[in-house]
Design a protein around this ligand. Structure first.
Ligand code: CP
Length: 311
């Protein structure tokens, strides 16, 4: 089966088969990343623009590394150094970048749906590196790759996702992706941070307590409180949040003995996760980051048509 999409805007648009195709290719890309010379000519001659209107450490860096390892030419544009500061619209910024003939634009934007707007208007591929509280497909794919590596399967895993679900594009993409491949999702967080109608994204169980979500879980995914996206205060204090929804070693004891602890980063140590858990033997947080490069190589490869270059 080939990959038929010009863009990757979210896991909501992909089938379970397409998700597995991206994961399988990412596994092959990992082999390249383990070589002494970590470079193949697959995207030689292609130009990739990383257009980031929001801060990023992991996603921007790993998309850039992914492009470079596939021999594409890359340019990084961030909002703070672009003409957006002078009032240029997204549409005008995109039109001007397009005039320079890129093949792929990897974009992060604070507005949910900004990528869909752009993808309809341009001929180059758009890859979503995070749009508002909507989707973060590369993060969910790297999470799924890390889980599959650990357990050898995704179907049937009990995955607890804990925290600010309402404002989390990571949660949304993971719910869309993991339910398509048969994982069982349990959500927990303050009622003010669980969106109404979340079940429409996929078959999920909404839990009243973190204890209920963690019970026997194979994977625990902790989320940061997205203060930058919350219009008003959704909890009394951070200390209270941490008391009821923070993961510590005692709570982790409720999960399966070989539970994986995951976090997309950036972490707020002592708020949603204690340092001994974040740095402990069950933590896969840095493996997630490592797998991010391979997953993004796979995404860039497939939106480019998934073909090897001709001489
Ligand atoms: N997980 C994630 O998106 O991290 P960055 O914001 O650093 O890219």
């Amino acid at each position: 089966m080939g990959f038929k999409h010009k863009d990757i805007l979210g896991l909501q648009d992909l089938s379970g088969e397409e998700i597995y195709l991206l994961l399988n290719t990412a596994e092959n890309m990992k082999e390249i990343n383990s070589r002494e010379i970590k470079k193949v000519p697959t995207l030689r001659g292609k130009t990739i623009v990383n257009l980031f209107f929001e801060p990023s450490t992991r996603t921007r860096t790993s998309f850039e590394l992914a492009a470079k390892r596939l021999s594409a030419d890359t340019i990084n544009i961030s909002a703070s150094t672009s003409a957006v500061q002078k009032g240029e619209t997204l549409s005008d910024t995109a039109r001007n970048i397009l005039a320079m003939k890129p093949d792929i634009i990897v974009m992060r934007h604070s507005i949910s749906g900004a990528h869909h707007y752009l993808a309809k208007r341009v001929s180059c591929s758009i890859v979503n590196a995070g749009d508002g509280a909507h989707e973060h497909p590369s993060q969910a794919l790297l999470d799924m790759l890390t889980m599959r590596e650990r357990f050898g399967r995704l179907a049937g895993l009990k995955v607890a996702i804990v925290g600010d679900i309402t404002h989390s594009r990571v949660a949304r993409s993971n719910i869309c992706g993991l339910t398509k491949v048969g994982a069982k999702i349990y959500l927990a967080g303050p009622p003010t941070m669980i969106p109404q109608g979340v079940e429409r994204l996929g078959a999920v169980t909404v839990c009243k307590t973190i204890q209920e979500a963690l019970d026997g879980a194979d994977v625990v995914m902790m989320l940061r409180i997205q203060l930058e996206r919350q219009g008003k205060t959704l909890m009394p204090t951070l200390r209270e949040y941490s008391r009821y929804f923070g993961l510590n070693r005692d709570l982790l004891g409720l999960a399966s003995p070989d539970v994986m602890v995951m976090h997309p980063g950036p972490m707020n140590r002592g708020v949603e996760i204690s340092s001994d858990v974040a740095d402990g033997p069950n933590s896969y947080i840095l493996q997630q980051v490592e797998n991010g490069v391979a997953v993004r190589m796979s995404m860039l490869y497939h939106v480019s048509g998934g073909e090897l270059p001709t001489e």
